[in-house]
Ligand binder design. Sequence first.
Ligand code: FES
Length: 165
Amino acid sequence: MSGSNRISRRDFMKMTAGVIGGIITAAIGVPVIGYLIDPALRAGAKEAWVPIGKMADIPVGKPTIFSFTRTQVNGWERTSSSFGGFVIRKSEDAKDILILSSRCTHLGCSVNWHDDSQEFICPCHDARFSKDGVVLGGPPPKPLNQYTDFKLDADGNLLIFVKEG
Ligand code: FES
């Protein structure tokens, strides 16, 4: 009698462990599946509109620096990269702007704006670029790249269209 009681208690314990194990598996299983699906869903998100500042905060005439970070998902690997540039408002007209990348077209260092000489200067090999991004001196083979697609949202934020990175 007591033997059969012991067996049924053992069976009960096994059953309880099985049920608890099932609950734990279900609880863990859901987020794991979500994690598995997540990179596949995000893989195509290479292009995006990126906000770079309020138009009202960007003065006319003076290059205004901006930066942003993008995260690429490649399989299980996530890579974050920083990008930057300068917005140059040529007049009060919100569409009359030039948006330059700060990445030097020689070997990719970041250029800096120098108010005194009114030039962008690359600290790596002393390249000089005009306010419009044209090469004035040094080794770069071409002008600074431009972000040509931009828009303003309803709140006055300036957004640029970034194709990759
Ligand atoms: S990286 Fe800018 S001049 Fe060489």
